[in-house]
Structure formats: C-alpha cells, structure tokens
Design a protein around this ligand. Structure first.
Ligand SMILES: [Zn+2]
Length: 86
C-alpha cells in the first residue's frame, strides 16, 4: 500500500521545513538544532537526498538574493519563519 520507511514519520526524521531552515542556516536555527540536523543527514539517506534536492532549489534562490530582494523571496522567508514558530 505504498507505506515505505520514507513515509513513516520516525522521531528523528526531518521535515521539509526543517531542512529548509537548515539551508538558511545561521539565520533561524540554534546551534544545537543545526548539529542535530547535521548528524541526522549523515546517517539518513532519505533525508540527505531531500536535502540535496532542496539545496539545488536554494542555490537558485540564493543567486536571486544577490539581486534586490523580491517580494516572492521575502514572503518565502517569512513563511518559513512563521511555520517554524508554531
Ligand atoms: Zn531522516
């Protein structure tokens, strides 16, 4: 029925939001959170694969950030912050 290890929300696994915040590291995460994510990525191939995918997306985003900031980018960052605070 399509239930794989990837779809089971194990305690240690990272959500997309968490991985995205990690990609924006330094700005929103505490040191211990960064360490936990780093540690998890080194042992979990599923999350690491997701991390690579998101990083490719963010590489494009960061090149956008070097230009004057667009509303689209500002809203994305604001959305991430709000999700993280809940
Ligand atoms: Zn994982």
């Amino acid at each position: 029925m399509g239930v794989t290890l990837d779809s089971i929300n194990l305690d240690g696994c990272l959500g997309d939001n968490e991985i995205e915040l990690f990609l924006l590291q330094g700005y929103f995460l505490e040191q211990k959170q960064k360490e936990r994510i780093n540690q998890h990525l080194s042992v979990c191939s599923a999350c690491f694969r997701r991390y690579i995918e998101l990083r490719m997306f963010h590489d494009i985003l960061f090149s956008e950030l070097r230009k004057p900031i667009s509303n689209r980018v500002r809203n994305l960052v604001k959305g991430l912050q709000n999700q993280h605070q809940e």
